[in-house]
Design a protein around this ligand. Structure first.
Ligand SMILES: CC(C)(COP(=O)(O)OP(=O)(O)OC[C@H]1O[C@@H](n2cnc3c(N)ncnc32)[C@H](O)[C@@H]1OP(=O)(O)O)[C@@H](O)C(=O)NCCC(=O)NCCS
Length: 161
């Protein structure tokens, strides 16, 4: 298993992994699948201190992760928000942990002070992944999202670097 910066050629496998969650789950609050052009724009926006990375096994992208700005206002610029997605047939084998570990290393290298994860309330796998990488619960935003006719809570976890 190799973890490396994402490249333009990774757009399609990333899009496949992501869009399945858009249409079938509440782990992302996007409601409409990404087009190829939107995925390429997303990749172009994730470089430098806000990178996208992929986990590659035997030449196949099996997961990806990213760091994004937490909020626009300048005083938040020392905080980033992470995101990790693992292909469904490769879960619970350490890929998520590998990706999140690398994102934490990159966030430290780029001098960030704080990493935030915002996770749909009942998502035990993502909460467990973040806890296992040293994140602690900050709090719960109740019923801030709505998808598939359900109100959705968001739990916020944080790790100070
Ligand atoms: C969340 C996700 C990235 C975890 O990836 P993964 O490769 O399966 O996770 P790992 O195998 O590295 O496991 C990491 C930890 O989480 C725990 N975990 C993983 N899946 C779990 C589950 N379904 N239930 C409970 N704990 C789980 C593991 O036991 C492990 O804990 P440990 O380090 O204490 O042993 C994966 O489930 C996923 O892609 N989900 C859909 C996308 C998503 O929700 N992303 C997060 C958006 S906020």
């Amino acid at each position: 298993m190799l973890v490396r910066p994402a490249q333009a050629a990774d757009a399609e496998p990333i899009r496949e992994i992501y869009n399945l969650e858009v249409v079938e789950s509440t782990v992302t609050f996007d409601l409409v699948p990404r087009s190829h052009d939107q995925q390429r724009e997303w990749l172009a926006a994730h470089s430098g201190a806000h990178p996208a990375i992929v986990a590659v096994d035997d030449g196949e992208v099996v997961g990806f992760g990213s760091l994004s700005p937490y909020k626009d206002r300048p005083a938040y610029s020392t905080t980033v928000e992470d995101s990790v997605y693992v292909r469904r047939d490769r879960r619970t084998r350490g890929v998520g942990r590998l990706l999140l570990g690398e994102l934490l290393t990159l966030a430290t290298t780029h001098g960030f002070h704080s990493v935030i994860a915002r996770i749909v309330g009942d998502h035990e796998a993502s909460i467990a992944l973040h806890r296992s990488c040293g994140f602690e619960l900050v709090g719960t935003e109740r019923e801030v999202g709505r998808k598939f006719g359900r109100w959705l809570d968001v739990v916020e976890l944080q790790r100070l670097l």
